[in-house]
Design a protein. Structure first.
Length: 306
């Protein structure tokens, strides 16, 4: 069953390419990130590296440190981003109800002031409304969700700060509740783009097609998976069904990506290779990234457990 992961951006419908329930709703944030054990916090720092006579060394700070805090149920409670010099940049906090439904998201700027807020309303644990507020508590946008008897979103309506309809989307599902079609409409009820999805017998999405309002194909993607349902091949095609790129991936026994081969016709190819060091919970705590056999970066993790 393929379900929706919604990330709202004012006046941009980003749900169009996804399914229509919270994607992997039965999984918590640790599961979705592939983390094992009861993780309390995760700090990731990225460094640039160089190779000197085969020895790889960190040469400077790569400009990215993030810290994610989780509750005991495995859901994010705070996401903090730090600047290159280690100073605070921004922070996002997450609040849940007793049923672990996300009900509030706050974004704070570098001064620690509230930049924006999202408020979510549920009916019998089904999301029915999301509001976006600006730093002064004024409405920026609103989304209403109308659901079928299975709790799948059938219609999504987006409003602007004046309460006027900005756009809406209609969703269709197959008998297995796989999301198979999305059709968008603008504020004047003119039909917009349409997405069509296909799945294999295990519920893995194997094809996506995007069409203009007149029915002309814009682009499409095809996907292949390994025996553990990890996506191994992504192929992107243009409007004339001409191949634009193919990404091929492989994984280790822990489910982490180890290689990626990105091919752009006719003869442009980029290869990536990843080395991992693991802790006792089989979570990686160091990742070395190579691009075309050249050391690219190191990512280090500090993981705290409950």
């Amino acid at each position: 069953m393929n379900k929706l992961n919604i990330k709202i951006v004012p006046f941009i419908i980003v749900v169009f390419l996804f399914g229509c329930k919270l994607e992997n709703q039965q999984k918590n944030h640790l599961d979705l990130r592939g983390l094992k054990g009861k993780v309390k916090s995760l700090v990731e720092t990225e460094y640039n590296i160089k190779s000197n006579f085969g020895e790889i060394k960190k040469v400077d700070y790569g400009g990215r440190t993030t810290k994610i805090s989780y509750n005991e149920s495995g859901y994010m409670t705070e996401y903090t981003y730090y600047n290159q010099d280690g100073s605070f940049n921004n922070r996002t906090t997450y609040l849940y109800d007793d049923n672990l439904n996300e009900i509030e998201v706050k974004e704070f700027n570098f001064s620690g002031e509230i930049e924006s807020k999202e408020l979510k309303v549920y009916d019998n644990n089904i999301l029915v409304e999301t509001k976006g507020l600006d730093s002064k508590g004024r409405l920026s946008w609103k989304i209403e969700y109308r659901n079928n008897s299975n709790g799948d979103i059938q219609e999504l309506i987006q409003y602007n700060q004046d309460g006027k309809v900005y756009s809406r989307q209609l969703y269709e599902y197959d008998k297995n509740e796989n999301h198979i079609q999305t059709v968008s409409f603008n504020s004047k009820e003119n039909i917009g783009k349409k997405s069509i999805y296909q799945y294999d017998d295990k519920g893995n999405r194997i094809e996506w097609k995007l069409f203009e309002s007149n029915g002309n194909l814009i682009s499409s993607e095809k996907y292949e998976y390994n025996k553990k349902d990890k996506k191994t091949i992504i192929s992107r095609y243009g409007s004339k069904n001409k191949l634009e790129y193919t990404f091929s991936k492989s994984y280790n026994e822990y489910g982490d990506e180890t290689t990626s081969l990105n091919h752009f016709p006719p003869d442009e190819t980029y290869s990536f290779y990843y080395e991992h060091i693991y802790d006792d919970y089989n979570n990686w705590i160091e990742l070395k990234d190579y691009q075309n056999n050249v050391p690219n970066k190191i990512v280090e993790r500090i993981i705290e457990y409950y």
